[in-house]
Write a protein that binds this ligand. Structure first.
Ligand SMILES: C[S@@+](CC[C@H](N)C(=O)[O-])C[C@H]1O[C@@H](n2cnc3c(N)ncnc32)[C@H](O)[C@@H]1O
Length: 311
């Protein structure tokens, strides 16, 4: 029996408008989650559209496989990182690719997964349980300056040094194994002072991004899935974090330009020309409507960007 996998997908209408699934089209969902977007793509590409899908999380895959059983003939789903899609999906064969980044609600809500500071669970945070490194490994083995840098760079945590120091002092008396223990250490180092969000929010976000190498996967994955698209195909990416959005924007900017910059600093006289490879469907990121925000507050930081392949 597969547990209910309740994830409310964001920006579904906007994704479908962007990808315009059609019958006989081939599509990729690199972050299946609960299968909401995948279902919409399969429905709107009926009766013959094909979907390749993956998720790192075996529970997400199991739940989606069950949810989408009626489309069995038209989908190929695997557990794995979207960086591996080029190993099993033919290059330049697809009409649309979706990456809906970050975590799903069940990952955040199930205490045993260790993503939540509100419920007690093991400090785990692995999306893929076959992976070795857990959040506990990072918290209990990394040196203080490295922890501080992580909290600052991935979490934007201003008290990163104080928190790292408190963690190192605490673990000298015994390993930090649980989410609520870590949350309490952070709260002691960084009192709430009327803040709306829990003081451990940024630390937990930074840890999760590190444990799952989320930015590294995105950087490698974008180039990989771009190679799967036919000319005219579209890549839709939903991000929830400014660092992720920057990676997507930079990726698109390189493709939409007719030149390659000479180095870190772009000196116009030293540019080398190249063909324009892509265009943004819309220059500004697409955001959830007021109606969506009302029914799904978790969508508030979602941003969709869509690139069309021209070459
Ligand atoms: C926001 S949820 C996706 C929700 C999905 N679009 C839906 O309709 O339910 C993000 C999912 O992406 C998965 N994920 C995150 N990074 C991944 C990666 N690099 N490769 C494969 N799956 C990934 C997570 O395990 C999670 O299930």
């Amino acid at each position: 029996m597969i547990p209910v996998f309740a994830h409310r997908p964001v920006l579904v209408k906007e994704v479908i408008e962007a990808l315009q699934p059609k019958t006989c089209g081939w599509y990729v969902d690199g972050t299946l989650g609960g299968g909401g977007h995948a279902e919409a793509v399969l429905e709107s590409s009926s009766p013959d559209g094909l979907l390749f899908g993956c998720d790192r999380d075996e529970r997400a895959l199991a739940a989606t496989t069950q949810r989408l059983a009626r489309f069995e003939e038209r989908m190929i789903l695997n557990q794995g990182n979207f960086t591996d899609l080029p190993k099993w999906v033919q290059s330049e064969s697809c009409d649309g690719v979706l990456l809906d980044l970050g975590t799903s609600s069940p990952q955040l809500d199930q205490a045993a997964r260790g993503f939540s500071f509100q419920q007690d669970g093991p400090l785990d945070m692995r999306m893929d349980q076959r992976q070795k490194q857990t959040a506990a490994d990072v918290i209990n083995t990394w040196e203080e300056p490295k922890l501080a840098r992580l909290f600052w760079e991935y979490g934007g945590e201003r008290e990163s040094r104080r928190i790292a120091k408190a963690i190192v002092e605490t673990r000298a008396t015994g390993l930090i194994r649980n989410t609520t223990t870590l949350a309490a250490v952070v709260e002691r180092a960084k009192p709430r002072r009327g803040a709306k969000t829990h003081p451990a929010t940024q630390v937990f976000q930074a840890l999760r991004m590190e444990v799952n190498d989320e930015l590294g996967s995105l950087q490698t994955g974008l180039a990989g899935v771009w190679g799967l698209l036919k000319v005219g195909g579209r890549l839709a990416v939903i991000t929830f974090h400014s660092l992720e959005d920057r990676v997507v924007k930079n990726f698109g900017q390189r493709l939409e330009r007719d030149y390659i910059a000479s180095g870190e600093v772009d000196i116009p006289e030293l540019r080398r020309s190249k063909p324009v490879e892509a265009r943004w469907l819309q220059r500004k990121a697409i955001k959830p409507s007021d109606e969506e925000l009302k029914v799904n507050p978790r969508s508030r930081s979602a941003q969709l960007r869509v690139l069309e392949k021209l070459k």
